[in-house]
Design a binder for this molecule. Structure first.
Ligand SMILES: NC(=O)c1ccc[n+]([C@@H]2O[C@H](COP(=O)([O-])OP(=O)(O)OC[C@H]3O[C@@H](n4cnc5c(N)ncnc54)[C@H](OP(=O)(O)O)[C@@H]3O)[C@@H](O)[C@H]2O)c1
Length: 253
């Protein structure tokens, strides 16, 4: 067990029914006992996730219902999440929706919701959590960004744009809060087999929540600020980021 893991005991998950986030909590719990607060919309999903974590040995698990679209509730929600177990050392920000894929959206409302949840909502939650940690004893925020935000691609324009905004915000706050004892770890998974991607054709280097979780928890023991998962994804993404737009325009994925 690393020294970091032994003190970072209390975990708060915003997007507490996320398969990737729950795999990260399981991986954390596998390495040291944890107390966990799960926050999301789905009451039944939250209860089921809490039961599962208890069965894995989590010493305390609480749940809170909230909607990321209700921005006015965020300060109170984050305060409550920290109060539930008397504080928190690790926050996992997993709130996200995939929405319609492709380029120009056919459904404006869906596109707006994707931007509101993935950037405005998640960004607001990130700011609230960062403030709490800065004003307390510091800690770590794991932000689930996405490889989709690395470069605009026709396959996923709106989701990618929203994730790019969140990624940018998270890296900026990570730099700003570095000297305040707040670490922001930006995790950029590629395609992960979860309920979010059910029915979609897997992209190359497709992964599992457990694999992303191992990468993320391993990264907590380093001073890494940005993590691609799988780690090897950074190389094809480096190429994609360097490609001229004229080539990128021809790519459908
Ligand atoms: N799966 C992938 O291939 C992949 C790849 C890269 C990045 N990611 C990112 O990783 C994160 C987790 O994804 P996942 O694959 O684990 O999907 P998931 O199981 O569908 O998790 C999404 C989470 O977001 C929450 N959420 C969505 N809309 C919300 C809202 N309005 N208010 C509150 N919570 C809301 C969901 O909670 P509810 O119970 O309330 O619905 C759920 O906890 C997301 O940010 C996703 O964008 C996923």
């Amino acid at each position: 067990m690393s020294a970091t893991a032994s003190v970072q005991q209390r975990v708060i998950v915003l997007g507490g029914t996320s398969e990737i986030a729950l795999a990260i909590v399981s991986e954390l719990q596998r390495r040291a006992p944890r107390e966990v607060v799960l926050a999301a919309r789905d009451r039944n999903g939250l209860q089921a996730a809490a039961e599962e974590l208890r069965s894995q040995g989590c010493t305390r698990v609480s749940t809170i219902e909230f909607d990321a679209l209700d921005i006015d509730s965020h300060v109170g929600l984050v305060d409550r999440a920290f109060a539930e177990h008397g504080g928190g050392e690790i926050v996992i920000l997993a709130v996200g929706v995939l929405g319609q894929r492709g380029g120009l959206p056919a459904d404006l409302a869906d596109a707006v919701e994707v931007m509101q949840v993935n950037f405005v909502g998640a960004g607001s939650l990130l700011i609230c959590a960062a403030r709490r940690l800065r004003d307390g004893k510091g800690g770590t925020i794991i932000v689930l960004s996405s490889a989709a935000g690395a470069r605009p691609r026709r396959a996923n324009v709106v989701y990618g744009a929203a994730k790019a905004g969140l990624d940018f915000l998270a890296r900026g706050l990570g730099d700003d809060l570095h000297d305040d004892g707040v670490r922001v770890l930006v995790v950029r998974p590629g395609f992960v087999h979860t309920r979010m991607t059910v029915g979609l054709e897997p992209a190359p280097m497709a992964s599992t929540p457990q694999a992303v979780a191992r990468d993320a928890v391993d990264a907590l023991g380093t001073n890494r600020q940005v993590l691609w998962s799988p780690r090897g994804l950074r190389w094809p993404m480096l190429v994609i980021r360097a490609l001229p737009r004229v080539i990128l325009r021809r790519m459908r994925r």
